[in-house]
Design a protein around this ligand. Structure first.
Ligand code: 3UK
Length: 521
């Protein structure tokens, strides 16, 4: 079979008589595997008709509907490079990515069209801009220069053939928003897609043909792409798509309606679902796997979910650079408060600044080796060299391996600091703070006191903004939970915390609020 991933993920199912199984369901449409094969052939034909040739980038700015898999696989079928982009970006941020990727086609969901038009103005390589109505209906009265995606599909000469591709050929990109600068294009090869399905998907989830997957994380994230697109398609299973914002209400509605067997989310959503009373209701009765990633899952949250819903949450760490999860808790072997152990097929080590392994129990940077590592960043040679070190990928995360081999998250490596010679993980202090009922969110950074000594400082979003924070009570609480030297010597109430588009706290922006003398190197 050709190394083109569309052959294994899609065409294989039709050839092996699974063509009439349902692949994707959104609020308006369902596609069988045969229907998706046809839709992807039409998408490939529509791109070809617009002048898109192999290796050229096609940006997807799409809500989660059946148009997403049809276009993703259509572009790959043609040998073009789909680049899914976060739909929460501003027009200016999208414009940066269109320029950086030299995108030649842009397909957007109709509600995003006004921003897309603004962004497309400066994209000189762009040949075609398509608007896709989420419900799949043709649209009348589109602005000049914008083509209707449904009409283009209907008119297209289907391109059914999958272009020949080596497993090592770049298949798609994803943008990774770092803590500074514009996001980096992460180039992934055809073989990486299948690698994540055959390691995490098969050996941790144990995904099966009869599973119904529902990912609250969207398809434009590496996390969502594996969860809701490649894992179910690796076995001919079904995936339910939610185009709307994944509020607890919207998620509970989808669950009640489709009764998924595998559910994927981030920790904040698990907390919100418990608060909304998910319990053992109609929507959770068929659940057999719950997955959390994106940030560390607080131990208490995992336990509460397991108690109230009756299914463990499997916390695992993944990254855009590694495509999906490479350290994870396993069914029947969950250790809450940890990221688990290496996924079969991956190796992990914790190293010091020289790249030498540190002993168990000591913090260091997490490096990982496995079959889904990216080829590199697009046009960022220096950054590529710092992250992709031969077979190993440096994650930028600080971890400790405990005596049983479980990996415990400590924070991003540049956020760690020492107080009285002892390591403090901002994450640990934040976890202690948010366990206090008066605190909604917290971020901790290092700050120098009048003597130049480094101590923790906390920025806190109060649960009730109208009530002043009791700093002494919070300090006593952290001392009791995290250790006496770790309590925040300064506590500042804020309305919100600075975050990346993927919801990660930007501590460097909080450090920028300190004076030169207060800033810890
Ligand atoms: C952090 C975690 C603690 C960590 C991702 C699953 O999040 C994903 O990719 P990103 O590129 O971010 C990667 C960084 O996020 N992180 C992710 N999961 C955890 N920290 N515990 C966790 N369980 O800093 C990591 O370096 O946005 C997640 C699958 C695919 C992904 N791309």
């Amino acid at each position: 079979m050709s190394g083109n991933a569309v052959r294994w993920f899609l065409d294989r199912h039709v050839e092996e008589s699974r063509g009439d199984r349902t692949a994707f369901t959104d609020p308006w449409r369902s596609l069988t595997y045969a229907g998706l094969q046809e839709a992807s052939a039409r998408a490939a034909g529509a791109l070809a008709a617009a002048g898109i040739t192999p290796e050229r980038r096609v940006v997807l700015w799409l809500l989660d509907t059946v148009d997403f898999p049809a276009l993703f696989w259509g572009a790959i079928r043609l040998g073009a490079v789909p680049v899914p982009v976060n739909t929460l970006l501003t027009a200016a941020q999208l414009a940066d990515l269109l320029r950086d990727s030299a995108a030649e086609a842009l397909v957007v969901s109709a509600p995003l069209l006004p921003s897309a038009l603004e962004a497309a103005a400066g994209a000189r390589r762009l040949r075609a801009l398509f608007s896709a109505a989420p419900e799949g209906a043709p649209q009348a009265g589109l602005p000049a220069g914008v083509r209707d995606w449904a009409a283009a599909l209907a008119a297209a000469e289907p391109h059914r053939h999958a272009e020949e591709a080596s497993p090592d050929q770049v298949a798609f990109w994803l943008y990774s928003s770092g803590s500074t600068g514009i996001p980096k294009g992460v180039k992934h090869v055809h073989a990486a897609l299948r690698a994540t399905a055959e390691t995490y998907g098969a050996r941790v989830l144990g995904i099966r043909e009869d599973d119904v997957c529902f990912s609250a994380a969207k398809l434009f994230f590496a996390y969502g792409l594996g969860n809701a697109l490649t894992f179910p398609m690796s076995v001919g299973a079904r995936s339910v798509l939610l185009p709307d914002r994944p509020t607890p209400q919207a998620v509970l509605e989808v669950m009640a309606r489709h009764r998924p067997t595998i559910f994927y989310a981030v920790p904040t959503l698990y907390a919100a679902l418990l608060a909304a009373g998910v319990g053992r209701g109609a929507g959770s009765d068929r659940l057999r796997r719950c997955v959390s990633a994106g940030e560390a899952l607080p131990e208490a949250l995992g336990r509460r979910w397991a108690e109230e819903v009756g299914v463990d949450i499997l916390d695992g760490i993944g990254s855009t650079e590694m495509l999906h999860i490479f350290l994870s808790n396993r069914p029947g072997m969950v250790r809450y408060g940890t990221s688990g152990v290496p996924v079969p097929g991956y190796e992990a080590k914790i190293v010091d600044a020289e790249g030498d392994p540190v002993p168990d129990g000591e913090p260091g940077e997490l490096w990982v080796r496995g079959p889904s590592a990216a080829e590199g960043y697009w046009n960022r040679r220096e950054r590529s060299r710092l992250t992709f070190r031969g077979e190993w990928t440096a994650t930028g995360d600080t971890y400790i391996r405990d005596p049983e081999g479980f990996f415990v998250y400590q924070g991003r490596n540049d956020d760690m600091f020492k107080v009285s010679g002892i390591w403090v993980s901002p994450f640990e202090v934040e976890a202690a703070l948010v366990a206090h009922p008066a605190v909604l969110e917290a971020a901790v950074v290092a700050r120098r006191d009048a003597d130049g000594l480094v101590k923790p400082m906390a920025f806190v979003v109060p649960r009730d903004p109208s009530r002043p924070l009791d700093a002494a009570a919070l300090q006593a609480h952290v001392k009791a939970i995290a250790g006496p030297w770790k309590y925040p010597r300064w506590i500042e109430a804020v309305e919100e915390l600075p975050k990346t588009p993927t919801g990660k706290i930007q501590r460097f922006r909080l450090r920028e609020r300190l004076t030169e003398a207060e800033r810890a190197a």
